[in-house]
Design a protein around this ligand. Structure first.
Ligand code: PNS
Length: 165
């Protein structure tokens, strides 16, 4: 059985992430979305909120499950008997950073390989940070996230739209 993890912050999950998840779910028998819990960055959404949204937006994909994790991604992969981790690549700038992490992870655990999926051109510009930035100024994020996530993001910024204080 080919098992992979797809680690990330998913703060929040975007249509770009969902595209990667759908494609990765066809390459592997089982895909675990691994939501980073304890990060140096302060997330907009709690770990539980991010896991809940991911479960909701991936419920149409039977071989996908969502879990949170702390610690090293390679350790999470090993604990779940996964020998691959999936990452999306949007641009050359992503590549430099991702290549370094993939090499580092491979040194830490050579049994786990990183598989890069090139992001669909439609979502090449998209990131969770840009979704939050647009929402913070009261902009329309409906082209970037699912309606459920759009509602959840809007709730977070209710009453604190920048430039309208
Ligand atoms: O979606 P993101 O924020 O780009 O995801 C980054 C993530 C979670 C994949 C990365 O921060 C990570 O792997 N964190 C866990 C700690 C770890 O394994 N570090 C080793 C590589 S630096």
């Amino acid at each position: 059985m080919k098992k992979a993890i797809y680690p990330g912050s998913f703060d929040p999950v975007t249509l770009g992430h969902i595209d990667v998840i759908e494609r990765a779910s066809k390459l592997f028998d089982h895909l675990i979305i691994a939501v980073l819990g304890n990060s140096a960055k302060t997330p907009l959404f709690s770990t539980e909120e991010r896991v809940k949204m991911l479960k909701e937006v991936t419920k149409h994909i039977p071989n996908v499950e969502v879990e949170s994790f702390g610690g090293l991604t390679v350790d999470f992969a090993k604990a779940h008997n996964a020998n691959a981790m999936v990452r999306g690549l949007r641009a050359v700038t992503d590549f430099e950073y991702e290549l370094q992490i993939a090499q580092l992870n491979h040194v830490i655990n050579p049994e786990i390989d990183t598989v890069f999926l090139v992001t669909d051109l439609k979502y090449a510009y998209l990131s969770s940070s840009s979704v939050k930035e647009v929402a913070a100024y009261g902009g329309d994020i409906s082209q970037f996230v699912t309606p459920l996530v759009e509602q959840e993001v809007k709730k977070k910024f209710e009453g604190k739209i920048k430039g309208k204080e």
